[in-house]
Write a protein that binds this ligand. Structure first.
Ligand code: G3P
Length: 222
């Protein structure tokens, strides 16, 4: 049996992504308008970026709607979904009143949805009620605002689990290996990390050193 957990890379920068992918521990790539802007990716270039991520081995890619009203969100979502296989593209929608309306329609149509910018346990519960694939709280940003982020995410996790829905918390704004480990202990179903954290998780210094010593001994063997 394999662990039922999804690790995502949170970036729209192909250079950063190529430094990590392809890799079998990575389930997919998450983006948002801020990451796209930072990486200099235009709206028109977004589908190409998402395809490149799939070509690099991402099993799912996530892109966010860029409207605030339900109809605008649904139009955006249809545009984003065009040309992707069912299930490949996860539509990210802020967990606003209109966002929940749009997301519910997409979920009912069989499209995976992530409700993003989830700041309160009841929002995660709504995501589960509406059959979302993911609900995304921001750990680092919660803690920046003086909230016990891990404690709040633990409450979200308990509420979502209680519904029995297959919705996963997809925790974003994860800035350290310690935060990543604490979230694993909470049992969240998915975490998205900035690519700069990838080496801290994949390249343990002691393992690299042990391998170096083994290779030196292998070379010196008769
Ligand atoms: O996906 C949200 C993430 O990009 C925010 O991270 O560290 O800027 O709060 P951070």
């Amino acid at each position: 049996m394999t662990a039922d957990f999804h690790l995502y890379l949170d970036s729209a920068d192909l250079g950063e992504l190529r430094a990590c992918l392809p890799h079998p521990v990575v389930h997919g790539v998450t983006t948002n308008p801020t990451l796209l802007r930072r990486a200099g990716v235009s709206r028109a270039e977004l589908p190409t970026l998402l395809r490149e991520c799939l070509a690099l081995g991402a099993r799912q890619v996530q892109a966010q709607v860029q409207a605030a009203d339900t109809e605008g969100m649904l139009d955006d979502a249809r545009r984003l979904l065009a040309g992707f296989d069912p299930g490949q593209l996860v539509v990210k929608i802020p967990a606003t009143r209109d966002g929940l309306r749009a997301g519910a329609q997409l979920s009912a149509g069989g499209h995976p949805v992530t409700y993003t910018a989830v700041y309160a346990p009841e929002q995660a519960h709504f995501a589960a009620m509406l059959g979302a694939a993911y609900a995304a709280p921001y750990l680092g940003r919660l803690e920046d605002s003086g909230i016990d982020g891990l404690g709040l995410i633990a409450r979200m996790q308990a509420l979502v689990a209680q519904t029995g829905a297959p919705t996963r918390l997809l925790v974003a704004s994860v800035r350290s290996r310690e935060a990543y480990l604490a979230l694993l202990v909470l049992g969240v179903g998915a975490i998205t990390i900035p690519p700069r954290l990838f080496p801290a998780l994949l390249d343990h210094a002691a393992t690299v050193e042990a391998e170096r010593a083994f290779l030196a001994d292998a070379q010196a063997m008769a």
